[in-house]
Write a protein that binds this ligand. Structure first.
Ligand code: URP
Ligand code: ZN
Ligand code: ZN
Length: 477
């Protein structure tokens, strides 16, 4: 049995869905699962995925609903998902969230929660809706610095950060400089450079680095922690590293696409490259090495899939036609099922990280950052018995036919992996065994989350925000 901190050769006793004891030779049980020779790990927690949500480009619906999305997740060793509830401007946020609850409740096969996406931070949203939803167990918001329909300006970002500070919520930031992307996009289109590969050119590395720097400074002004999501490249990663070194509470997330895909994948034949269009885009092999460094040196606390699944047809990537121009392509790649096996195989298997860091990145840190720990993210007395039993020697060649999503392809087709979750339990119930799903739709439950220590302000104020140094002005929320 392995957690983020320890490993032990022991039995795990489960009563009423929770871990009741860790010890030796438990025999008096209704069922005994023999995990000899396997690794017994906390179930993965997917902290970033898009399920039954419309794309930010083109407004197409994700290919996975809460049944196929959570089914795919659990076959890959994940036992909790945190997907997004995206604000619809003009609609009360509480109604939007209710709609997501109604989608998830009858379909999810594992536990789930929601982060709120804030695209229209009105007084009502900031003053009433967000605090109420945080109190209802959703203490995390995502904001975007790009996408026409979602982008907040710096002033709006400060208002959201101020609200998060007041409520104790974690703010996830999609950091890319919108105007750089728009300018590059317009120039590329007017030059006739319209193929999918130009998506990677328009979402320049420097645009991610600049926005990451700005997001960190905005959070520093407000003295509130933030988490930079889906970091793809050295410039952004070094901004995060520098901020962490200076003692700021800045967290970083990266994803499989920034370790295993490159911008050359966007240059595949015909419209095939559309399958690989996500934002930020996959970079190059030099950046893969940089991202591995950030994973192994602790710059990244969280490894997520950013599963944003769109089929390669008129319902998804090709909604604008068989040969879309790059800005017409729904952004996102699937990866919820392969998130853990890819990191296990290439990280633990190849000696880049140890198994404890693997558990931390994929489960424990996610639980801590988003207010699920210690209920989830570990195997400890009292925690939910969310457990993945891994065969570290099982070898597979990835092919979409093996997966359980509704996407129709995988960007990782043909990759060799070693290490696979062979049995998965959620709250003590066996969900996956012998390659079969053992539970019905709707067996997952909404998990109400608490405020996390990770989201608490540092208490280190810039002089202008500190009444002891700003002539007594009280500016903090
Ligand atoms: O390309 C991506 N990542 N699509 C999903 C939307 C987002 O930004 O998270
Ligand atoms: Zn994003
Ligand atoms: Zn995303």
């Amino acid at each position: 049995m392995v957690t983020a901190a320890d490993s032990a050769e022991c039995d795990v006793g489960i009563i009423d869905g929770r871990v009741a004891a860790l010890g030796r030779d438990f025999s008096d049980a209704d069922r005994v699962i023999d995990a000899t020779g396997k690794l017994v790990l906390p179930g993965g927690i997917e902290g970033h995925c898009h399920i039954e949500q419309q794309s930010s480009v083109g407004g197409v619906m994700s290919a996975d609903d809460f049944y196929t999305g959570t089914r795919s997740a659990v076959f890959g060793g994940t036992t909790t998902t945190l997907s997004f509830a995206q604000q619809i401007p003009g609609e009360p946020l509480r109604k939007t969230v209710q709609d997501y609850h109604e989608c998830a409740r009858p379909k999810a096969v594992i536990d789930y929660g929601f982060h709120l996406i804030i695209s229209d931070p009105t007084e009502q949203v900031l003053g009433q809706d967000l605090p109420a939803l945080v109190a209802d167990g959703m203490p995390s918001f995502k904001v975007y610095m790009t996408y026409d329909s979602l982008k907040l300006d710096d002033r709006q970002m400060l208002e959201v950060l101020s609200t998060a500070r007041r409520c104790g919520a974690m703010v996830m930031i999609h950091a890319e400089n919108h105007d750089m992307i728009k300018w590059l996009t317009d120039r590329l289109l007017s030059g006739g450079y319209v193929a999918p590969k130009f998506h990677a050119i328009s979402h320049a590395d420097i645009a991610e680095g600049e926005a990451t720097h700005r997001a960190i400074r905005l959070s520093q002004l407000m003295d509130v922690p933030i988490l930079l999501v889906h970091v793809s490249a050295e410039d952004a990663m070094e901004e995060i590293r520098r901020a962490q070194t200076s003692g700021l509470k800045i967290y970083g997330e990266t994803c499989p696409q920034y370790l295993f895909l490159t911008q050359s994948d966007l240059d595949r034949d015909g419209a095939e490259g559309a399958k690989f269009c996500c934002s930020p885009p996959p970079r190059d092999e030099a950046n893969h090495q940089v991202i591995w460094r950030g994973i192994s040196n602790g710059t990244f606390q969280v490894f997520s899939s950013d599963h944003a699944p769109y089929r390669f047809d008129h319902t998804g990537k090709l909604a604008a036609g068989p040969n879309p121009t790059f800005p017409q392509i729904a952004n996102g790649v699937p990866g919820i099922e392969l998130r853990l096996p890819l990191l296990f195989s290439e990280g633990v298997g190849k000696g880049r990280i140890d198994i404890h860091r693997f558990v931390a990145l994929t489960s424990t840190n996610v639980a801590k950052i988003y207010g699920l720990h210690p209920r989830k993210g570990t195997i400890a007395v009292g925690s939910d018995a969310d457990i993945a039993i891994w065969d570290p020697d099982k070898e597979l060649t990835v092919t979409w036919d093996l997966l359980h999503d509704n996407v129709g392809y995988t960007p990782y087709e043909g990759r060799q992996v070693k290490g696979w979750p062979v049995m998965v339990l959620s709250r003590g119930n066996v969900v996956v065994e012998d390659g079969d799903l053992k539970v019905d739709r709707g067996s997952g439950q909404f998990v109400s989350r608490s405020l996390s220590q990770a989201a608490q302000p540092l208490g280190r104020l810039v002089p202008e925000m500190d009444p002891a140094r700003n002539f007594g002005a009280d500016l903090l929320p």
